[in-house]
Ligand binder design. Structure first.
Ligand SMILES: [Zn+2]
Length: 209
């Protein structure tokens, strides 16, 4: 499956990237959201997290933060964490090194963080080598395909239920493709994790160092 392959590749070739966190078996799941902030989904996610009293990490696209600074401020004001996800959501494998790093730097003008997640999970070895000293690079091990319109929220939820283990890093999308699934998928995930005694945490800047 695509998702596992990315995670496996990351583990083999990008040794300092986080895929799953060693919690010593402790049931902790780490919650992350990619691609926002946008008015169509971010407020719903924030409202839901507030209702559950949870914090998460948002890997933000710089151009969205530039467009919606008040949403970005709300993320931080409500105690969540932000990460850099490039300015234009670039595909690393298709972008020359300098352009990629410049785009990360442009995002960094709007998102102050030493966490970085490459869009699509794809970055070249030279991009990785350049960024790994500046950032904690964060992948994931559980990614329900919430961006795929052919897959239902229920199927996504089943993937979360099947794949989440102690230390798992879960990723959901704070974007238009995932919008219709969020109202079922997000509370469904949180209920499942809570029912199964998982502590739910954000990824913070000092992990894996
Ligand atoms: Zn993304």
């Amino acid at each position: 499956m695509y998702i596992s392959r990315v995670s496996l590749l990351a583990r083999l070739f990008l040794p300092r990237a986080i895929c799953r966190i060693d919690t010593g078996g402790k049931k902790i799941a780490y919650l992350t959201f990619d691609d926002g902030p946008i008015p169509e989904t971010t407020p719903y996610i924030l409202d839901t997290l507030k209702k559950y009293g949870l914090k998460a990490t948002f890997f933000c696209v710089g151009e969205n933060v530039k467009k919606y600074p008040e949403l970005y401020q709300r993320i931080l004001a409500e105690g969540h964490f932000a990460g850099n996800h490039t300015f234009n959501h670039l595909k690393g494998w298709k972008t020359p090194l300098k352009r990629y790093i410049d785009n990360v730097d442009e995002c960094a003008q709007y998102v102050s963080s030493d966490l970085f997640r490459p869009p699509y999970g794809k970055m070249t070895l030279s991009q990785y080598r350049t960024l790994k000293n500046r950032f904690q690079i964060v992948y994931w091990d559980v990614l329900p395909p919430d961006y795929d319109v052919n897959i239902s929220a229920g199927d996504c939820l089943n993937i979360v239920k099947k794949k989440t283990r102690p230390g798992s890093v879960l990723v959901f999308h704070d974007n238009l493709k995932a919008k219709n699934k969020l109202p079922e998928l997000l509370p469904g995930t949180l209920d499942f994790l809570i029912l199964n005694s998982f502590e739910i945490q954000p990824i913070t800047n000092n992990m894996g160092k």
